[in-house]
Ligand binder design. Sequence first.
Ligand SMILES: Cc1ncc(COP(=O)(O)O)c(C=O)c1O
Length: 342
Amino acid sequence: MEKAQINWSDLSFTYMETDSHLEYYFRDGKWDEGAVVKGDQVSLSIAATCLHYGQECFEGLKVFEDKNGDALVFRIDENAKRLKHSAETLMMEPFPEEKFIEAIYRLVRENKRFIPPYGSGASLYIRPVMLGVSGLVGVKPSDDYLFLAFCTPVGPYFPTGLKPIKLLVEETWDRAAPEGVGHAKAGGNYAAGLRVSKKVKSLGYQEALYLDAKQKKYIDESGPANFFAITKDGKYVTPKSNSILASITNKSLMTLAREMGMEVEQRPVDIAEMDTFKEAGCCGTAAVITPVKTITYKDKSVTLAEGDEVGPVVTSLYNKLTGIQCGDEEDTHGWVRKIELD
Ligand SMILES: Cc1ncc(COP(=O)(O)O)c(C=O)c1O
């Protein structure tokens, strides 16, 4: 099939409608077999619990074309597991993990002409979403649920691409409470961060770096991504916190860093340790690894990248990870699956 007429190398991280999306309903105690729905509209009760009480969670994953024209998806089983965790956290009916994988394959097959070509730097971003859809006015879990999934071709998340970004440590507002739902991929967590993003951008930074909400001492994560640093003595250090999303990218980078001979520490990381950092990155499916240029905390700044130059460790990790994702590097962990497109 011919690819869609798109200028692939000019894509940014924005939404573009594709041919169809999927809708699977949980009604009368069971999930149905789902339907391919043309267009990008969905019909909901005006009293649906997702609209009023935030019964909504989602996922994000990417499909890459390799040099043979095959479609590869990275660690999809981890996304399936995490969506289940998010749904359970919000008292929603989990979508079965195997069904999740089959649904994403189905979605990609239906929209295969939107998979960006190998070497374009772009990918097909998949957005699975779960919604409580019963019409209720009392605060209680929905009886019925909708799992929907759509895809859209995307370029880099940060318009700067692999250029280092400036982070501002946010102290005024919190993203997630220590015993709250920050570990779930709940839409409400992102709405809670919008005012923070607006503020940091107006001050000339690209993203916020959140501290733990209780003590305002330990690094949590940046807006849409986990944080890691490479210390001056060569360790990969990344925060351990109950209020951050367990990033599949970060988990993969920890494995790759170990294999590259680095010591990996996942533990509470005091913001005062920023003086010991040599390089740092924000990591996630959308952000991949976005190198950090400076971290500003109160009246102090540390510089982790001079100009637009990306540090050697971040560069090696980036090359290894993206190489595995698009099939150029050997996948020794079984992280990548090929999607049959016909
Ligand atoms: C808040 C937050 N943290 C971390 C991540 C990174 O997670 P992953 O690497 O699984 O995409 C994301 C999503 O990209 C996110 O939204």
